[in-house]
Design a protein around this ligand. Sequence first.
Ligand code: 5GP
Ligand code: ZN
Length: 128
Amino acid sequence: MLSEPTSNDSGSKSMSDCIFCKIIKGEIPCQAVYEDDLIFAFDDINPQAPVHTLIIPKQHYVSLKDIPEEKMGFISHLMSTARDIAEKKGISESGFRIVLNTGRDSGQDVFHIHFHLLGGRRMSWPPG
Ligand code: 5GP
Ligand code: ZN
């Protein structure tokens, strides 16, 4: 079951000046890819691969660490949407990578949880 968005006070990073909340509200322009009641997807402004789409919940959560256990249901919806977007963008067969940076050591820069969907080129491992 998917959880409906509710008010949230997770974390120290304020949602009032969150760029991704502003993108969801249409206050900052973006190349939208998908939208429903719970999630939003748009192309990354600084793509690291031919396909680089960000998939986010509309509810502001700072990171994976900040999602209460009972609200985790939307993650499977988000993953299934990522799979659909990969199909639509033509990278399903060639392969793709989904990245969830969490916290300082990961390089997380925007403190509204977001999954990166990357594809369209061969990627290396381990990541940098
Ligand atoms: P992080 O490093 O936090 O995992 O990734 C943040 C991502 O957000 C980066 O890939 C960055 O290019 C992207 N980004 C930051 N600001 C904007 C913006 O205003 N619009 C879009 N479309 N992407 C953004
Ligand atoms: Zn936000």
